[in-house]
Design a protein around this ligand. Structure first.
Ligand code: MF3
Ligand code: CO
Length: 248
């Protein structure tokens, strides 16, 4: 088993700064999403937003990743690389970003509609966001990782959608991905218990169809294997004794 990283007050001050920049960045990028915009334009806006406020784009250069954001459209579920793709009415796009301040990492994502989307697609977005919101309400010190996984699974499956099990949430702090993994499905009462003052990224990733995924030739873009739409919402959370704090 791994070790939970525990944060000092100074660390937490830096994490909060990074989180505020990241939350602002995602809101800004979401406001720019409309038919006709390229994913590259959104990425450029995000990088300028983050650097102007004294943060660093956490994903850029991470294992060779080339951009500030992961922008995943429709059946792409994570790690889509920004480029010349033009967004069109009826698409959905997940906007996933990370910011570091003083070497501390934050990571967050939301999926938004481009123009008008069908009711069933809106239901996918709503249930994925609801699973994250319910997890936030539930998380505090003493909760087990398996409890979080089971909660996400239950909410998602109630709507007839599939959590993507091979893509997980994670601890973070001095690195972007560290102990523990937080799967989007699992069994309550299992896994390690969260301590106070640790930092986790909880990220339900949900498919309208198959739960299995494939990686594209670019080595990054991960899509649903049967081409179904997928949604992704993620918060960085700081664990306290009686609640958790949304950092980004
Ligand atoms: N939120 C993504 C994740 O946790 C961050 C990917 S960063 C990248 O997997 F550089 F790998 F794209
Ligand atoms: Co993440």
């Amino acid at each position: 088993m791994g070790v939970f990283q525990i944060f000092t007050d100074d660390d937490i001050a830096s994490v909060r700064k990074a989180g505020a920049i990241l939350s602002g960045c995602l809101a800004h990028v979401a406001s720019l999403v409309k038919p006709g915009v390229t994913t590259e334009e959104l990425d450029r806006a995000a990088e300028a937003f983050i650097r102007d406020r004294g943060g660093l784009p956490a994903f850029k250069g991470y294992r060779g990743y080339p951009a500030t954001l992961c922008l995943s459209v429709n059946e792409e579920c994570v790690h889509g690389i920004p480029g010349k793709r033009v967004l069109k009415d009826g698409d959905i796009i997940s906007i996933d970003g990370g910011v570091t301040v003083d070497g501390l990492y934050t990571d967050a994502c939301r999926t938004v509609a481009v123009g008008k989307i069908p009711k069933q697609t809106q239901a996918l977005l709503s249930v994925t966001e609801e699973a994250l919101r319910e997890a936030v309400q539930f998380i505090r010190a003493g909760v087990r990782i398996g409890d979080i996984s089971a909660l996400i699974q239950r909410i998602v499956q109630r709507e007839g959608f599939s959590p993507v099990r091979s893509l997980t949430g994670h601890g973070l702090g001095r690195s972007l991905h560290q102990f523990p993994d937080i799967p989007n499905s699992g069994e309550a009462g299992t896994g390690p218990k969260l301590p106070e003052r640790t930092l986790i990224a909880v990220e339900p990733i949900v498919s309208m169809g198959s739960p299995s995924v494939v990686t594209a030739d670019d080595g990054w873009t991960i899509s649903i294997s049967d081409g179904s739409l997928s949604a992704h919402f993620e918060h960085t959370l700081l664990v306290w004794s009686d609640r958790c704090e949304i950092i980004a």
